[in-house]
Design a protein around this ligand. Structure first.
Ligand SMILES: Nc1nc2c(ncn2[C@@H]2O[C@H](COP(=O)(O)OP(=O)(O)OP(=O)(O)O)[C@@H](O)[C@H]2O)c(=O)[nH]1
Ligand SMILES: [Mg+2]
Length: 311
């Protein structure tokens, strides 16, 4: 299946919810002879977007855009799609090329999909011709290392690990050195889940960052915050804490399959200063896709469906 096809499959529940509701609004308003910028249409649209976890700020922006852009006969679906694309399509930040290995830290609250994402990233980057090395810096949870080992096996990538309860920062230091010695292009660090409200655990991330910086200049070169899409808006609260203390440079939005909350990507893009880098659409090795605003919006609204009023 193509990347776009896999994304479409992953976003199916959100897309079905959005398009069915939008079609219902459009149909009802048309029958009532209302314009796309009528008060009742805009109110219904606002309610729908909030329900789809688009968030208050992004919803207000979209509704305002629809109000301004609406011409007689315009299809609200097309207007919403245009506004969403506008919010989602942000310039990607190209990190300065780092001396190998570059260090990518994967962080987030418990159970969001960090370890799974590390495995999927290693696989993707290896297929891209890179030489990844995985660092097992979750020394907190006993089952973490075997789980990561299994992923590394699937991705055919080596893992550097330490004993239980070892200092995660020390494992990161060793991994970066091992990565350099083995000629690896990237070291991907799996960290333990931590609640954004735990100051001590957040401080530990600060230490990992500092120690990584001592092992390689400019490290960590990328800090990916893994957010669980099924958590919806609460993910934004977590994100702000991690942004402030962990130096997050990008978001991975996981578990889009099986949720109707895929609109949360729009809230994230609208409200956080960092880009969405990847999206997770399943539990398999191949189920991590680079984020593309155009593909995302097409998957939400159905490519080629220009909203001709039929539904
Ligand atoms: N459906 C689906 N499940 C996912 C996705 N990503 C991760 N998961 C599942 O989410 C669960 C938790 O994943 P982990 O990778 O262990 O999460 P974690 O953040 O490492 O968890 P902790 O280390 O305990 O904080 C697992 O059952 C994964 O299979 C995804 O994109 N889609
Ligand atoms: Mg984990």
């Amino acid at each position: 299946m193509s990347l776009a096809g896999r994304l479409r499959a992953g976003l199916r529940r959100t897309a079905e919810h959005l398009t069915a509701r939008l079609a219902a609004i459009t149909g009802a308003e048309r029958r009532a002879g209302a314009a796309p910028d009528s008060r009742s249409t805009l109110a219904a649209l606002e309610e729908l977007l909030i329900e789809a976890d688009v968030g208050v700020a992004a919803t207000e922006r979209i509704v305002a855009g629809v109000r301004e852009a609406a011409e007689p006969g315009a299809d609200p679906r097309e207007l919403v799609r245009r506004e969403m694309l506008d919010i989602l399509d942000r310039p990607s930040i190209d990190a300065a090329p780092a001396a190998a290995p570059r260090v990518v830290l994967v962080v987030g609250v418990n159970g969001t999909g960090k370890t799974t994402t590390v495995g999927k990233l290693a696989h993707r980057w290896r297929l891209d011709g890179e030489k990844p090395l995985i660092c097992a810096a979750d020394t907190f949870r006993a089952a973490a290392v075997p789980q990561l080992d299994a992923w590394a096996g699937r991705a055919q990538v080596d893992v550097i690990k330490a004993g239980a309860r070892a200092d995660p920062a020390a494992v990161v230091f060793d991994s970066v050195q091992a990565g350099r010695a083995r000629g690896c292009s990237v070291v991907i660090v799996d960290t333990a889940g931590r609640l954004h409200t735990r100051a001590d655990l957040m401080a530990e991330l600060g230490k990992i960052r500092r120690v990584a910086g001592r092992a390689a200049e400019g490290a960590p070169h990328e800090v990916l915050l893994v957010l669980d899409a099924t958590v919806g808006q609460n993910g934004l609260v977590q994100a702000r804490q991690f942004l402030d203390t962990a130096g997050v440079t990008g978001v991975v939005l996981t578990k889009l399959d099986g949720t109707a909350k895929g609109g949360v990507a729009v809230a994230i893009a609208g409200e956080l200063e960092v880009p969405i880098r990847f999206v997770g659409v399943g539990e398999g090795l191949e189920d991590l896709l680079p984020f593309s605003a155009v593909d995302y919006v097409e998957a939400l609204f159905g490519a080629g469906d220009r909203g001709d009023g039929r539904s």
